[in-house]
Design a protein around this ligand. Sequence first.
Ligand code: NAD
Length: 330
Amino acid sequence: MKILVTGGAGFIGSEFVRQTVTKGYNTVVVDSLTYAGDIERLKEVKDSINFYQVDITDADSLKEVFEREKPAIVVHFAAESHVDRSILDPHSFIKTNIEGTLNLLELSRQYKVQRFINISTDEVYGELGEVGKFKEDSPLCPNSPYSVSKAAQDMLARAYSRTYGLPVITVRPSNNYGQWQYPEKLIPVVIVKALKDEPIPVYGQGLNIREWLYVSDCAEAVIEIMEKGRDGEVYNVASGIEKRNIEVVKSILDLLGKPHTLIEFVKDRPGHDYRYSMDVTKIERELNWKAKTDFETGLKKTVKWYVENIEWVERKIDYLREYWGKVYKN
Ligand code: NAD
């Protein structure tokens, strides 16, 4: 079975590719290598994959890949993925997440792909208060330009399933963390800043709640869904591990033996969703999948990985500093 993976040089996509290669799948990666993409993430499997540096918004180049590779399955991770950047400039989000997805759906229809896995996010459901969980049929109520673009992506995927009969499955994972995550997202920002003894920016009072999923568990769930999920369905993927941002930050500082005085509360993100939480009964019942990694173990592994691979971050530091300067304001 040949799988075409978009965004395979990204954080979650690369973990998925490492796992599909290990499982013996013939894996083709399409990634334009934006600031967030890095081929180094695929170094362990580079001899086992075909890699195309192609932008999914470039329909002609994408068509050449489909013509040459004729994939049986498409797993679509490629995206502009960071909420804060979507607030600074939404345009690339609309282009990649909506137009790019449309190109992929259309080519998948033309080339009679047998399964299209559309990677979405819990953020499409909008925010929750202290209680409740989103189910797969909860209304979509996205609040940021990023989540709006992902909700539109989901609706296009739905239309290709309903209108054209393309075998689409939409997957909605919760917040991922783990090795190789670009240091603009909470956990790697905290680790990197703490390692440098720099102030750690925390939005508002750090009270927002996220549901944390270890990246290897997420990739495993996507493989389960790709192999055994039902066409036309949506599957939530989450761990049940809910934490306030401030708890996560303190746990990292404790693991690194750094003082909590490094924490610096900064002006909150505009429109910051308070809480996300998903009901995962469907994937548990239908596919017998459950997240394996508890938060303490996953966080320890993640911190260890950044300590051991700090030179990877160092190579990106000038770019990161410019970006951090734009988003974290007192
Ligand atoms: P990421 O930003 O680390 O990786 C995205 C990858 O897509 C990069 O390699 C980038 O180069 C590539 N890309 C971006 N625009 C492209 C384009 N126009 N053409 C081709 N390639 C392009 O993202 P991630 O965190 O690995 O997220 C992967 C997917 O999972 C995304 O669809 C995201 O919305 C979704 N998701 C992420 C999380 C999370 O916590 N990280 C949670 C839920 C859902």
